[in-house]
Write a protein of this length. Structure first.
Length: 289
């Protein structure tokens, strides 16, 4: 596959980039509809989409839903201190930098070779206050000072599965430690029928946070198909009405569950501890076709 050393060229010159990274074969595929936009794939699985000309544009459904969480929780234009666990192409860090200038952000991405590839081909804005650390997500989170983050976003997948050590109550203890009072935690989760992993993750978050909400496609919530769900948690009341409005008006409308309905949805699932944690289920091959 042809390799472009400069991802900043126009549409006519854009070529796909393929490079082996720690997590497998990384590919940057140019978006033929947007002149400086790219999709990142790892071993064929779509990971991120970035538009260098318009970093506030979010293409993937789950990334827009995380964007809805951010927009509901943090007023537009107000700087925020954010930690992103899982880097990909730094899509959401770029989004926060574009919509909330002067924000201070940390990105923790274990795959150092991927970080180098993205930095080279899809460079960050020189004015963005984004620090990227190549480290395991949980180890990197442990280095965040107590109460520093107003926002923690977890979007970590290895081989299209969330690693087990990022699914436990002990992991959420680290999240709570790093969050400031009133801060918001948002996690991208993936599951399919019978939704045992998703229910367990809700029960785990409920064991550590008093306020929860879940944003997902109704078909995923009904166990009709494999897909993403965004779990939101805080020690303060969440802006559920605003989040519901944004999720419902999305090009791919989502439902927001909270309160008793969310408790009922867990179906008696119990919190996950480090001792019992397992990785999230692998998506069926049809998901990426």
């Amino acid at each position: 596959m042809g390799k472009s050393r400069n991802a900043r060229r126009g549409r006519a010159a854009a070529e796909a980039v393929a490079e082996n990274v720690d997590g497998g074969l990384a590919e940057l595929i140019p978006d033929r509809e947007r002149s400086r936009a790219w999709t990142l794939l790892i071993d064929g699985a779509p990971q991120s989409h970035v538009d260098l000309d318009d970093p506030a544009y979010l293409s993937f459904e789950y990334q827009r839903r995380l964007g809805h969480v951010i927009d509901s929780a943090v007023p537009p234009g107000k700087p925020v201190q954010a930690v992103h666990l899982g880097g990909g192409a730094f899509t959401l860090a770029r989004y926060v930098a574009a919509t909330r200038p002067r924000s201070t952000q940390q990105v923790v991405e274990k795959d150092a070779a991927l970080v180098q590839l993205v930095r080279r081909e899809l460079p960050l804005d020189s004015g963005a206050r984004i620090r990227v650390r190549s480290a395991d997500a949980r180890a990197g989170l442990a280095k965040v000072p107590d109460g520093w983050a107003q926002l923690v976003v977890a979007d970590v997948f290895s081989g299209a599965r969330t690693p087990a050590h990022l699914t436990s109550t002990e992991f959420l203890d680290e999240v709570r430690r790093a969050l400031a009072p009133g801060g918001v935690y948002a996690a991208n989760l993936a599951d399919g029928p019978p939704l045992a992993h998703l229910r367990g993750q809700i029960a785990t978050a409920a064991d550590r946070f008093p306020e929860l909400a879940l944003v997902a496609d109704p078909a995923v919530l009904r166990g009709k198909r494999f897909g993403n769900a965004v779990l939101v948690a805080s020690d303060h009341p969440l802006p559920v009405a605003e989040l519901t409005r944004r999720a419902a008006s999305d090009p791919h409308p989502a439902r927001v569950e909270h309160g008793r309905a969310l408790t009922d949805f867990t179906g008696g699932a119990v919190p996950v501890t480090d001792a019992a944690a397992v990785a999230s289920p692998a998506p069926p091959p049809s998901v990426f076709k």
